[in-house]
Design a protein around this ligand. Sequence first.
Ligand code: 1CP
Length: 359
Amino acid sequence: MSTEQNFPVLQNDLILRAARGQPTERAPVWVMRQAGRYLPEFRKMREKHGFFDICQTPELACEITLQPIRRFPLDAAIIFSDILVVPQALGMVVEMRPGEGPVFPEPLNMPDDLDKLCSKDSVEKLQYVFDALTLTRHKLEGKVPLLGFTGAPWTLMSYMIEGKGSKTQAKAKKWLYQHPEASQKLLQMITNLNVDYLVGQVKAGAQMLQVFESHGEFLTQELFDKFSLPYLTAIVEQVKGKLKADGIPEVPMTVFAKGAHFALEQLARTGYDVIGLDWTMNPESSRARVGNNVTLQGNLDPCALYAPKEELAEKVAKMALAFGSHRWIANLGHGIYPDVDPDHMEAFVEAVQKFSVKK
Ligand code: 1CP
């Protein structure tokens, strides 16, 4: 497989330049979960199709990826999928239940349950994501770069054990304390698949990658050092190494470890090009801690999109000042909420474009 699939010429490389530390005229902007329930055209599509049916049908996943790009002047598209397609590829059943979110009817209970997982040829089960990426890269017509993503090993492990969203992750954390070796075995299994999955995404057309450690906030520093950081590091090293070995130009990689305040310095040394900040982190002190060799992404409070538009613009102006225009990718500090008014999303994007212009 090669990356030269006659893809259209890229017209807007702001986000790639910002990620690599090259100068940009203004900050690039995209929004986590920009394709989603806050858009009426997404909800309409969901009336007709199941969530994972959309993920598994490249034409539908492509269409939804393009929905926010048609509406707003965003600087990146993110492929429509979910982090939970990875546990599915390992043989677990995941259902998307209305009003409840993702549910695993048979979560992992004991270390013996790991024997039920099937890590052989699991990346091949994700071919539909690769097909969606290739199709979408063509359909984007070079307008903006296409981002691929995956869930980090700890975040995926916690879903596989909890079986659904959880306020404490106590069942998953119990594994870390009671079954550390089985936990590491599971984390390694997910890491191995993630490496092949991300390399496959680049081969299929992804121009940048993000790893979501959304459940970083549940870990102590000690648990993070043992059960998150080594796997995040292995992923960036191995993905970049494999691409290089295959003669494929490397793509920028972002790590978003939500709530992992304590780990900023360590994350800056892992080899990721971009570190995502959640909305509780301070842009100026974060920059001082990570130094100048990484790009920061974030981090407006997703709830700030509920504010009147003028106030929202003021908040964006303040954020732009705090980050400065170099090595910054504007985003929210977590995904956009389903009840946000799309007009306020537009106001957010326009405010970034206005206030992040380099002086
Ligand atoms: O019913 C619906 O339509 C489902 C809503 C929905 C959507 C639109 C889910 C269920 N997932 C998605 C898409 C999605 N998920 C994207 C698409 C691309 C984009 O526009 O950004 C991405 C990147 C994700 C990633 C994802 N899924 C994360 C990491 C990011 C984050 O928010 O921290 C996580 C934790 C998930 C799990 C998940 N999938 C869906 C829900 C509601 C959840 C969270 C469940 C919970 O923990 O309570």
